[in-house]
Design a protein around this ligand. Sequence first.
Ligand code: G16
Length: 545
Amino acid sequence: MSEFQEVSKQSGVHPKPAGLVLQYGTAGFRTNAKLLDHIMFRMGLLATLRSKTTKATIGVMVTASHNPEEDNGVKLVDPMGEMVSPTWEVYATQLANAEQEDLLAALKDIIEKEAVNMSQEAKVFVGKDTRGSSARLSQAVLDGVSALGGHSKDYGLVTTPQLHYMVCCQNTQGKYGEATVEGYYKKLCQAFIKLSKNASNCTDDQKHLSVDGANGIGALKVREMESHLKKELHISLFNDGSEGKLNHQCGADFVKVQQKPPTGMEISPGERCCSFDGDADRIVYYYSDSEGTFHLLDGDKVATLISTFLKELLTSAGLDLKIAVVQTAYANGSSTNYLENTMKVTVRCTKTGVKHLHHAAQEFDIGVYFEANGHGTVLFSKAAEEKIQQLAENSSLIDEKKRAALLLQNTINVINQTVGDAISDMLLIEAILAIKGMTIHQWDAIYTDLPNRQLKVKVSDRRVIDTTDAERRAVSPAGLQEAIDTLVKKYRKARSFVRPSGTEDVVRVYAEAETQDSADDLAHEVSLAVYRLAGGVGGEPKPLH
Ligand code: G16
């Protein structure tokens, strides 16, 4: 039987509901799990074609990350562990939306456009999160790969960043590390332990961290990793999935958006805590002070901590490397101000979605990229890595330079450069705090966030909202940006923008201002403007107080 006959036969087992149209969004397809079986099968097909064209291993991760348990989704991973290229996102959408009888034509169209050599071998790595639907959906991906004669390796339950890491290791013939979960723990934890040895007088209290696993895959993987940490970090794990529901009242997205601690976690004053999201590619930190006030340290604070640390090390090592921080419109105005005016680093702003930040960060020797929601990592150019490596191996160096070079080398090894990674980011942050002898309160005090608020508005078709200037301004519907401008003028130090979400069927609204009441009022007023001008559904948004 030819491969196309096999595709036809198998696609009958994974039929597309007629008329259903889905888009490859901010991070792949994402919707209610019941609607995704055909998408998964077809992404198995697409990954196989992508593997044939790149002559490399491709990754497919079954997850809906921060979305509710009922949803699911799929993220495609390119050969170096990065997000799939924009052209292939378009193919993904075409293939996903072809009606059942048009599937072969859509497939052949991609084969022709990309001049795919169908006799080339293909290999696809598949991973999944802990959602109830993930086992069935990842089987559909595997069916898609085998229908086109590709080889697959099923990694089973892994975090999204772990799958990205495996793909990169595989395609670099082990130069980036070993393509196993065990290899991942070994590489990261060894680097973390070496970094931690540079922390003088670290008490047991300072080595303690409370982790909210969002009742997801991150919790399982933290447990698995613990023995590799050799007691250099003592983790108390909450929301480990044994009772609660995935992402429900917990996890990085809940904590960031609600600006409150997750349920199911006990927090003592001053204690360092962090939350992962549903597939462990985001992390946020927080603590409560002696008066019980909650303090959030989001992706912006993480980027500031990491870039300060790296800049200091570059100075000590005498290395002239250009470091930049990449953010999105959600970055708190205070963070951008601090980075540009106090730290004097270059700051770039891109559209939401790590794929955009990742590419912008690649333009620098060292690119630190973080979304405010805690999704981010650090990229080192090849040249920067080589300079650091040479310096670390130079035996004639004086102590301070040598120490800085070795710290930089181990920092590179603890970081997962393929994509934002909650586990890797956590280890790096913990090492930096230990080395600098810094409490979470001192870290928080580097700058003070402007009060802010994020809201969601339901509209009948969120695509009516179009934006420009890295999503900071709306170009449609008519009158919306003017309305926002007028509202923003009412408040001091205010800023607001709206954008259609690429992972949920909502419009997102962001506002910041001098006081929390002003930020809340502005966010509400902008939500009303969206509701009225962009076809809101389900009743007008209510004021927050
Ligand atoms: C995904 C993307 C992130 C993005 C987030 C929210 O995160 O990977 O880069 O910030 O969605 O996107 P949107 O506002 O378009 O819904 P995750 O962690 O859910 O995969």
